[in-house]
Write a protein that binds this ligand. Structure first.
Ligand code: UD1
Ligand code: CA
Length: 457
């Protein structure tokens, strides 16, 4: 169900498209359904339907093991009415699991247990006991048997004392759902078609209703406001941080750690505070990440050290950092930066779409774009590849063992021959021969004993 408005987010973005750990809330739910190996995922849209549907467009049709289908609910007349719209899309022989697009952190094993509790013959409700159950539908039991769900607004004072609430998640045979939904009415305090009314029909038909109770609130917590979104974000990050620490990763502070995608860590990885990982990041054995780094779509090989305040974003092309490389502090690696073993990239050095071979160094204040840099090259402070002529990008090749002097400009296309030296402050526009010293700047002139102008005579 993803048709609701989400008024309390106070946002023009449909609620289910707000992001948690870098993924839309709805995407979390669809991914969970995929992990459950659902045959079919039916997304019920309403408010912002076009935008919501577009956000999942890359999954439409057959994707992996399931088919994704959208149905629209216009207008929104309640949760029962919402699920009614989906019925034509649901095969009779299946089990239906009803999920909410704004409840992102339900775990797959919980849903598997709920499906098992339904067992193809029963109605299974996911429930929790809350100290403050206000606002939720209450589970009315007689003995152990569940007799009804009563919404807050329809509940008697005695029913409002009930602590066990309905999470909004249920599993049941599709054929039963279809029969019961046909019998819904909207004669209640809110004038809505309540999905929860099917419990009464199940009881009337002699079908067992199972209340499957869990203790973990995070799994059923919905996002209604920016505050709740931020709280769930922390809950998610904490869950992930604990998993990584259980695998041996040393996090300086699990509360100051964010993964918005997937982070794979080999043994003996350590991560200082305030680091953000996005997309797909993999850290090799013994990698150390300093404080305040942003790292996205990158592979960092064993033993590399990323010093504080480094920004790495591989976007689509990725970034590779070789074994034992030293990066930062304050370095910037952009898409297509492929750094070999033992490469050093120091402060305020930007590398884009460039390959640096083993042992190459660019330690201070420099730019390398569209370059191929050989082994052991020393790229001086302030050196720049002028790779863009205003229309096209051009390549710079710096062969092995070259020294590029400080503040040089290498105007591409250009090749600096192996073992060559470029004098500081040179503007190099033509290829240079191996082992040559290339100087391209005004010759120094010094005037002996020169007197500065002075006011006194
Ligand atoms: C619902 C349950 C309540 C439960 C609570 C758990 C009903 C009648 N009540 O109440 O027992 O304790 O969830 O959070 O089901 N939606 C639509 N179309 C609609 C109405 C809602 O798609 O016409 C979607 C919403 O976008 C949301 C979900 O259904 O994702 C739940 O709707 P919401 O209005 O939040 O239900 P509650 O009143 O909280
Ligand atoms: Ca709700």
């Amino acid at each position: 169900m993803a048709a609701g408005k989400g008024t309390r987010m106070k946002s023009s973005l449909p609620k289910v498209l707000h992001r948690l750990a870098g993924r839309a809330l709805l995407r979390h739910v669809v991914d969970t359904a995929a992990a459950l190996q659902a045959r079919k995922v039916v997304v019920i849209t309403g408010h912002g339907a076009t935008e919501v549907e577009a956000s999942l467009s890359e999954l439409t049709g057959i994707s992996g093991t399931f088919t994704l289908e959208f149905v629209r609910q216009m207008p929104q007349l309640g949760t029962g009415h919402a699920v009614q719209q989906a019925l034509p899309a649901l095969p009779d022989d299946g089990t239906v699991v009803v999920l909410s697009g704004d409840v992102p952190l339900t775990q797959v094993d919980t849903l598997q247990a709920l499906i098992q509790a339904s067992g193809g013959t029963k109605l299974a409700l996911l429930t929790l006991a809350f100290a403050n159950p206000s606002g939720y539908g209450r589970i009315v039991r007689e003995g152990d048997a569940v007799k009804a769900i009563v919404e807050q607004k329809d509940a008697t004072p005695a029913q409002r004392q009930i602590k066990e609430i309905y999470s909004g998640i249920m599993a049941l045979p599709a054929a039963m759902l279809k029969q019961w939904l046909a019998r819904l009415d909207n004669k209640n305090a809110q004038g809505e078609y309540y999905l929860t009314d099917i419990v009464k029909f199940a009881v009337a038909d002699g079908v067992e209703v199972v209340g499957y109770q869990i203790a973990d609130e995070v799994q059923v917590a919905g996002v209604n406001s920016p505050v709740q979104l931020a709280e769930l974000e922390r809950a998610y990050q904490r869950r992930l941080a604990l998993q990584l620490m259980e695998q041996g990763v040393r996090l300086a502070d699990p509360a100051r750690f964010d993964v918005r995608g997937t982070l794979a860590c080999a043994q003996d990885v350590s991560i200082d505070v305030n680091c953000i990982f996005e997309g797909s990041v993999s850290l090799g054995e013994g990698v150390k990440i300093g404080a305040n780094c942003f790292i996205a779509n990158a592979t960092i090989a064993a033993g590399a050290v990323i010093h504080p305040f480094t920004h790495i974003d591989g976007e689509k092309d990725g970034v590779l950092v070789g074994a034992g490389a030293l990066i930062g502090p304050f370095a910037r690696l952009r898409p297509g930066a492929h750094l070999g073993e033992g490469v050093h990239i120091g402060n305020f050095v930007e590398v884009k779409n460039s390959t640096l071979a083993k042992g190459a160094k660019a330690n201070h204040l420099a730019y390398l774009g569209d370059a191929t840099v050989g082994e052991r090259v020393n790229y001086g402070a302030g050196a720049i590849t002028a790779n863009y002529d205003g229309a096209f990008k051009h390549k710079t090749v710096i062969e092995a063992d070259v020294h590029i002097g400080s503040n040089s400009v290498l105007v591409a296309p250009l090749t600096i021959g192996a073992g060559g030296t470029v004098a500081a402050g040179s503007i190099i526009t033509k290829d240079t021969a191996p082992a040559a010293l290339s100087v391209a700047r005004g010759r120094q002139a010094s005037i002996a004993n020169w007197k500065r102008p002075s006011k006194s005579k």
